[in-house]
Every structure is written in C-alpha cells, then in structure tokens.
Design a protein around this ligand. Structure first.
Ligand code: TMP
Length: 237
C-alpha cells in the first residue's frame, strides 16, 4: 500500500489517503495541544511513543472483541487504519473524579465514581467541546439513538478491558475519551488511545502520568508516557 496526499491535519495527528480507498494512514506528530489548541508545543519522541502505545492498546481491544479501525503499524510514527465516517461525539468514562468534572461540579479530585460515569461531548474546538446529551445528538443528527447505545456499550467494554490492563501495571485508569465512526454501517472505535486522551495515575502514589503533566506544566511528559508503556508491556523498540 502506498501513502498518498494528506486529507487533514489535526492538532496532534495528520491523516493521509492511501492507494486503498478504504484505508488511511494516521501520522502521530510530536505536536502536543492542550486547552483546545490554545497551548501547542512539540515534544520530542511523542509521535513515536503514542503511535506504538496506541497500536498496543488497539490490538488488546480487538483481541477482546471490540471493533477498532486499527490495521497495523506503517512506520515508527504512522499506522494504517480503516477509513471511517467519523461521528463528531466524544464519549468519556470516568472511574475517578478529575479534570472538567471537578471544575463543573466542585467535587474533590480523586473520589471514586461508583458506578463509573458516562458523558458525551461535541467535537468542536471553537466551542471548546461542549457537553451534550443523547437528545441533542439525535436532534442535530450527530448520531442516532441506536448508534449512541452501541457507543456507550463499547465505551464501557473498553473500561473493563483497560482498567484491568493498567491495574496489572500498578496504574489507575482515571478517565478516558473515545471517538467512534462507521465502517460498512458498523460502529467502530477510531481516533487513538494514548496518554494524550486519558488520565493515568500511579496506583500507590497517585502521581499523574498522562497529559495533565503537560496541561499543568509538571514536566517529564514523554518520560511519563514511556513509563506507563513500559509497565503495561509496550515495545518502543
Ligand atoms: P475532561 O476532564 O477535560 O472532561 O476530560 C476527560 C478525559 O477525556 C480526559 O482523560 C481527557 C479526555 N479528553 C480529551 O482527550 N479530549 C477532549 O476533547 C475531551 C473533552 C476529553
């Protein structure tokens, strides 16, 4: 398969056409964004680390029966994916209170959420990814009730698989965001799963080992991503 022209450049990844109309190449760049693109920085090795991290996780999810767009690695910083028709809705599950939930509700960071929560956000940087609900998604035609039900079911399945995987590495999966798309009418997990789109804390010390290190200016961002990867068995080569 050949890489062809660029279709789209997002904040941290670029998407390319390929010689196969049903496949795309995702290029993980070193660019790091926070606050909907307000803060941008290039962090050495991030593209490679997130590409290999994402490949590892997507393969674990596929093995657990969750359909994903991931096909295989293409290079150190690129992978081949199925071409999805993306649904502009972000699905967030939280096991522990942090981030926007803490700001919105004034609850204490770190409290356990039992059962885990499920939230929907509209993928729209200009509006700062506003929180939405199923009624809004249906009325505006972003997703059908059936698609939303399947996205919710799969997002919780991902929680079962990944909470256990990270727990084995001495890590707490605090929260995460997933994006889905359609491939031949089927809901398939798209985008990426990396420490850019989730929160991971050391289970003992509760040290933050995810993109909050960048958002909060704590330093050691990529070192933390590599540490998490090493603990769960990612091979960075
Ligand atoms: P939040 O606390 O900012 O709502 O984010 C919850 C989780 O989802 C956190 O792990 C970060 C991730 N997330 C993104 O990666 N991108 C987004 O646009 C949003 C809304 C959340």
């Amino acid at each position: 398969m050949e890489k062809r022209q660029q279709l789209y450049a997002g904040k941290a990844k670029s998407v390319y056409h390929t010689s196969d109309p049903e496949r795309m190449i995702l290029h993980f760049r070193d660019d790091t964004s926070a606050f909907d693109g307000e803060r941008m920085e290039s962090l050495a090795r991030k593209g490679m680390v997130n590409n290999k991290f994402n490949a590892f996780i997507m393969q674990k999810l596929e093995a657990a029966g969750i359909p994903t767009h991931f096909d295989g690695l293409f290079s150190d910083t690129e992978c081949v994916v199925k071409k999805l028709e993306m649904i502009p809705v972000e699905c967030v599950v939280r096991n522990i209170a942090a981030g926007s939930l803490v700001r919105r509700l004034g609850v204490e960071e770190g409290i356990e959420l039992n059962p885990p929560t499920f939230e929907l956000f509209l993928k729209n940087d200009a509006q700062h990814d506003p929180m939405i609900n199923e009624s809004l998604a249906e009325s505006f035609g972003w997703a059908t009730p059936e698609q939303l039900a399947e996205m919710k079911r799969l997002t919780f399945r991902v929680n079962d698989v990944l909470k256990a995987l990270f727990a084995d590495g001495g890590l707490l999966l605090v929260d995460y965001k997933l994006e889905f798309g359609l491939f031949d009418g089927e809901i398939v997990l798209g985008d990426e799963f990396s420490p850019d789109g989730c929160r991971l804390w050391d289970a003992k010390t509760r040290e933050k080992l995810d993109k909050d290190r960048f958002r909060q200016g704590l330093g050691g961002v990529i070192e933390a991503y590599e540490e998490v990867g090493r603990r769960i068995g990612v091979d960075f080569g």
